[in-house]
Write a protein that binds this ligand. Structure first.
Ligand SMILES: NC(=O)c1ccc[n+]([C@@H]2O[C@H](COP(=O)([O-])OP(=O)(O)OC[C@H]3O[C@@H](n4cnc5c(N)ncnc54)[C@H](O)[C@@H]3O)[C@@H](O)[C@H]2O)c1
Length: 332
């Protein structure tokens, strides 16, 4: 049988913690399937190139049958050349004394450059998933900087938040996590996100009929999910890496696969669905149809409490956009 043409995947921040947990899963076939060859374009900034060489050596040493090529570069034009997917993981971390606005401005510049390079070098069908924080606003900036690439090919990641939320509900209910479905995380990938427990299901039941402790849902579950990243840093001394990489695999795989059953949370361009401000990259429930086109799931009923929480998270995104776009001279 003739083998398929490789899918070319660019990963920025490839020598970082998430990169180290992600690349081996892509190369082993967990993202695109066991018969789909992949080529990896690994992108780092200059100081990361030596470590990247070591990562590439380890990829070689795995002798992955599906891995056809490894490109190592700090040149964005080379890194994004002809890619089918651009996974934007690298990002400048917030340092002590740095204001949120400073972080938005510094990363904003990075994502302007990456957006332009994707626009000019990637395949027109490229799909872009932003992981590096603040991922929603970084994604919006990359999207604005890539005017030739349709807006619906840009995504930011809240799947880790969804996975975290599902496990919290499963553990509270004493059931397997596979029993938990229809749990959308709405809004910004930040502590303001809202994991919608009202519409979640546990088995065939409403989650709120299984977990009847409303105070726990509002006052423990929601903040635990929102603060989980911080709790991991406190426990591990480093931020979530393997679980974040796992969520990247989940996100891309589910964007490539027609959805059977449950929807998933992905930050996408809003067209005003559910009252979200149009033009933002915000997290909503997504399904993919038989020809691979994604759409926001319609008809979900939101409680007033949920609407309030989602509006607050989207307001944070509007504020981030204003701060970042002002500094970068981008227009809304
Ligand atoms: N969306 C999510 O759910 C989620 C979850 C966890 C982490 N994150 C974010 O993912 C990002 C990466 O996390 P990590 O733990 O791998 O960080 P890390 O610091 O271990 O690695 C980041 C890597 O990116 C590289 N880098 C920095 N700027 C770059 C640029 N302009 N181009 C290419 N490479 C660049 C660095 O050299 C470094 O190797 C962080 O912003 C983190 O906050 C997001």
């Amino acid at each position: 049988m003739k083998s398929k043409a490789p899918i070319r995947v660019a990963v920025t921040g490839a020598a970082g913690n998430i990169g180290y947990a992600l690349l081996f899963r892509i190369a082993s076939g967990q993202m695109f399937g066991p018969d789909q060859p992949v080529a990896l374009n690994l992108i780092e900034i200059e100081p990361g190139m030596a470590a990247l060489k070591g990562v590439a050596m380890e990829l070689d040493d795995c002798a992955f049958p599906l891995l056809t090529e490894i490109v190592q570069t700090s040149d964005l034009a080379v890194g994004f050349k002809d890619v089918d997917w651009a996974l934007l993981v690298g990002s400048v971390p917030r340092k002590q004394g740095m204001e949120r606005a400073d972080l938005l401005g510094i990363n904003g510049k990075v994502f302007v450059g990456q957006g332009k390079a994707i626009n000019d070098n990637a395949k027109p069908s490229v799909r872009v998933v932003v992981v590096g924080n603040p991922c929603n606003t970084n994604c919006l900036i990359a999207m604005k900087s890539a005017p030739d690439i349709p807006n619906n090919q840009f995504f930011a990641m809240t799947r880790l938040d969804e996975n975290r939320a599902k496990t919290q509900l499963a553990q509270k209910a004493g059931v397997s996590v596979k029993e938990v479905s229809e749990l959308c995380v709405w809004g910004n990938h930040s502590p303001t996100m809202f994991p919608d427990f009202y519409n979640a299901k546990i088995g065939r039941l409403k989650a709120t009929d299984v977990i009847t402790d409303a105070a726990w849902l509002k006052d423990t579950f929601v903040p635990v999910v929102g603060q989980r990243g911080k709790a991991i840093i406190e426990a591990r001394g480093a931020s979530s890496a393997a679980s974040a990489a796992n969520a990247v695999v989940d996100t891309v795989r589910d964007l490539c696969t027609p959805t059977r059953g449950d929807f998933h949370s992905v930050c996408v361009i809003s067209n005003g669905e559910y009252g979200t401000p149009a033009g933002l990259i915000t997290s909503m429930p997504i399904k993919v149809d038989a020809i691979g086109k994604w759409r926001v799931v319609e008809g979900i009923k939101l409680t007033d409490y949920a609407k309030e929480k989602i509006a607050a998270s989207n307001q944070e995104l509007l504020d981030e956009r204003e701060m970042a776009f002002g500094q970068l001279g981008l227009s809304i």
